[in-house]
Design a protein around this ligand. Structure first.
Ligand SMILES: *[C@@H]1O[C@H](CO)[C@@H](O)[C@H](O)[C@H]1NC(C)=O
Ligand SMILES: *[C@@H]1O[C@H](CO)[C@@H](O)[C@H](O)[C@H]1NC(C)=O
Ligand SMILES: *[C@@H]1O[C@H](CO)[C@@H](O)[C@H](O)[C@H]1NC(C)=O
Length: 119
């Protein structure tokens, strides 16, 4: 019985680490009723030998009012474990602005689809 449980835990860990190796999706917050897509943007950077590239996505545009952010979904369209990293470096969930920092792996590019939801 104990064996079976340990095996299950290992199997779950195994599956999730395989998923992590393939795509670098990032999900912050979660959608709620009556929220909507307030900005969607695709960020593409080509790979460059031994270099790390970074891009910051900001919401809202300067001078515009931001909605109350409920979720930020970052989809890795590069796949194959080559995708970059995403983190929130300003504002975020429950706030009316955000800055999302996107970073490539060294020597790799990025193709991220960023979706920001708010209400
Ligand atoms: C969404 O954000 C991107 C990046 O900041 C910007 O270029 C684009 O104009 C924004 N679109 C809308 C509809 O606000
Ligand atoms: C965010 O909300 C505060 C307080 O309501 C407001 O003063 C500020 O202008 C808002 N900022 C944006 C970017 O909408
Ligand atoms: C956004 O909504 C949450 C939950 O209702 C609330 O706690 C927060 O103060 C709101 N933030 C803004 C900037 O309106």
């Amino acid at each position: 019985m104990k064996c079976a449980i340990i095996f299950t835990v290992l199997a779950v860990l195994g599956v999730s680490s395989v998923a992590v190796a393939q795509t670098h999706n990032y999900f912050f917050g979660s959608r709620v009723p009556y929220d909507s897509l307030v900005n969607q943007t695709t960020v593409i950077q080509t790979s460059s030998f031994l270099r790390v590239k970074t891009v910051d996505v900001e919401y809202p545009l300067k001078g515009q009012r931001g909605r109350n952010i409920t979720a930020i979904y970052v989809y890795d369209r590069l796949g194959g474990g080559r995708g970059g990293f995403a983190s929130i470096t300003g504002g975020g969930i429950g706030q009316n602005y955000t800055r999302i920092h996107l970073k490539t792996q060294r020597g790799n590019g990025m193709n991220f689809q960023v979706e920001i939801y708010g209400r």
